[in-house]
Design a protein around this ligand. Structure first.
Ligand SMILES: Cc1cc2nc3c(=O)[nH]c(=O)nc-3n(C[C@H](O)[C@H](O)[C@H](O)COP(=O)(O)OP(=O)(O)OC[C@H]3O[C@@H](n4cnc5c(N)ncnc54)[C@H](O)[C@@H]3O)c2cc1C
Ligand code: FES
Length: 279
């Protein structure tokens, strides 16, 4: 059982929780994730390690409420327990001195991007971060990203804050400035990662995305997270989650993400009919 020691609402649909998990906090690396099960009838769901504190023995997760398990998670408070927490899982992100790196975060992607941008900054890179959300209310961690970036560009789709538009527009602008960009890291909804990859491709800039395929065991055994990268089948949980965005078969990813849509909808309706308030 893993005790929740901090809970913070980052915006109407995204919650931060820190959990007491000292062994995990000692081993965590940027880009890795955990698989959690909220309770004994819960599904196993993957969440990225958004931060960790070795001294305090805690790990921080940031989850967007999209279905039964993430709604359940949002109902928990400080002092409550999560039944299972497995990790750190997945290969850590590549952290080297690349030069000029653009880190693009879409929506809840700000959470996984932050530790990667921080580590890249510590490794001596110049970091340009681009943070986007649908509207002002959904933006979070602007200050955190600012603190590890040499430059931060913020966008909202509806123009309710900062620059109006989607993240690919400033990404293209940065690439067109002429200064060499050595690497792009893009994390957010799959569609956003796909378009970031197609934006960087003509410029030949290596682009890494974190694939959010459906996962079950998270250890390479079930095959559920199967993706195709460069025509080769990979398991996102053990071969990733970071992959070369120019080589990902995005259509296959989109198709596989939809497999359980009807069941997920039914499960959420059922859960909401029994528990309602804090979700
Ligand atoms: C490596 C990895 C890291 C992730 N990190 C984060 C994170 O830090 N914050 C965050 O908010 N979300 C993250 N996600 C997505 C998160 O796992 C899903 O939002 C969550 O599983 C939804 O579960 P649910 O029961 O609430 O919703 P459901 O109603 O079950 O599903 C809603 C949608 O979430 C996705 N999903 C459902 N089950 C899974 C599953 N077992 N594995 C992966 N995706 C699933 C599907 O696209 C589905 O259509 C990550 C996914 C992966 C693969
Ligand atoms: S989640 Fe089972 S193989 Fe990746």
């Amino acid at each position: 059982m893993y005790r929740i020691v901090t809970k913070q609402k980052l915006n109407p649909v995204i919650d931060l929780i820190s959990i007491q998990a000292p062994a995990l906090a000692r081993k965590a690396k940027p880009g890795q994730f955990v698989v959690i099960r909220v309770d004994e009838v819960g599904e196993r769901i993957p969440l990225t390690l958004a931060d960790w504190d070795e001294k305090e023995g805690t790990v921080t997760l940031v989850a967007m409420q999209v279905g039964t398990s993430t709604y359940k998670l949002a109902c928990l408070n400080v002092g409550d327990y999560i039944l299972n927490l497995v990790g750190p899982l997945g290969l850590p992100s590549d952290i080297e001195r690349f030069g000029n790196v653009v880190c693009v975060a879409g929506g809840v992607g700000a959470a996984p991007v932050f530790p990667i941008a921080r580590a890249l900054k510590q490794a001596g890179n110049r970091i340009i971060s681009i943070l986007g959300a649908r509207n002002k209310d959904l933006l979070f961690w602007q200050e955190r990203l600012q603190s590890v970036s040499d430059e931060l560009i913020v966008t909202t789709d509806d123009g309710s804050y900062a620059r109006k538009g989607v993240v690919t527009e400033p990404l293209k602008g940065v690439l067109e400035r002429g200064a060499r960009i050595d690497r792009v890291v893009a994390i957010g909804p799959a569609i956003m990662m796909k378009f970031c990859s197609s934006t960087t491709k003509p410029f030949g800039v290596p682009t890494f995305v974190s694939l959010n395929s459906i996962m079950v065991d998270g250890t390479g055994m079930c095959g559920c997270c199967r993706v195709s990268v460069g025509g080769v089948t990979k398991f996102a949980c053990v071969d990733g989650p970071d992959f070369d965005g120019h080589e990902v078969d995005w259509d296959l990813l989109f198709k596989r993400q939809q497999i359980y849509l009807a069941e997920e909808k039914h499960s959420l309706e059922l859960w909401k009919s029994c528990h309602c308030q804090s979700a």
